[in-house]
Each structure stands twice: as C-alpha cells, then as structure tokens.
Design a protein around this ligand. Sequence first.
Ligand SMILES: [Zn+2]
Length: 157
Amino acid sequence: MISIQNQIIVENWTNQLCFNIWIIMKQNRRTCQDIDLDNCKVLDEVLWKDDKLWVSQSMIIWLIREAHNLLINEHSDMNWTLNLLRWSYCWLKMRTTIKRYIQNCYVCCRSKASKDQINQLLKSLLILEQQWQNISLDFIINLSESDENNAILTVIN
Ligand SMILES: [Zn+2]
C-alpha cells in the first residue's frame, strides 16, 4: 500500500506549479512569482518548504478531509486541523483552504449549536371584549436586506 507521503510526492511530479518550482530550484534561481522560495529545498527530487512536504493542488482537499475526519477528533475545528496538517505539510494559502473546507463541511454545518435566543414559555392571551383593546408588537431587526428592507414588524390584535 502506498503511503500518504509517497502519494503526495507522485502527485507533485505531475503538477505544473510544483514542477516549475522544482526547475527553478534546480537552476539555483531564487525568485518565483508563485511562492516565496525562502526555506525551499529539493531533496531526492522532492520539494520541501520550511521542512514540510510541499502538497500540490490535486491532493489538498483529500488531505484536509483525512485530517478533518480523523477518528480521534472527528470533524475537528479549523485550528486543530490546521495545526495537524502544518506539522508535516505546506501549500499556498493553507489557512484559507482549510477554513473554507470546514465552513462547507455538511456535517459541521448541521451540528452547529443554534445561536438563536432561547424562547421563554408562551403565555395565553386574554380574551378581549372588543377589537384593538390590546395589541402587541414584535420587531425582528438586522436581517439581511431584501428589496431594501431588513426588519419585520408583527402586530397582533
Ligand atoms: Zn466537518
């Protein structure tokens, strides 16, 4: 069975950005428009940055899913997933891609606690003798705008 690290290395060989960086490094040039080459090195034909294995685009989502869904901390938060991956791997905009993945994780979105205010017990209304004897108003404010409106007023007679 092929290890995760070997799978990443194989993918890197077929990735254009990784190949370009690898060529630049082999030619001892120190500038690249795509990434900062400080602390980059090629060892045994494998690209490393800050002593972390470089991960090409095609492996990023797979790697985040593996780290985010680990049994020891299933559906871990952004920082836990980032720290786990940052221990061994590196790619462009790592924090952003991990954050976006977790924000779009269906299981995480479903299991988030509701931030709505907890409702109190309902009270029965009095039975009134005539119309407009008692009215109640309820505002729901700061909604996202729809046709230039962002609030709802409910009037109960
Ligand atoms: Zn999740």
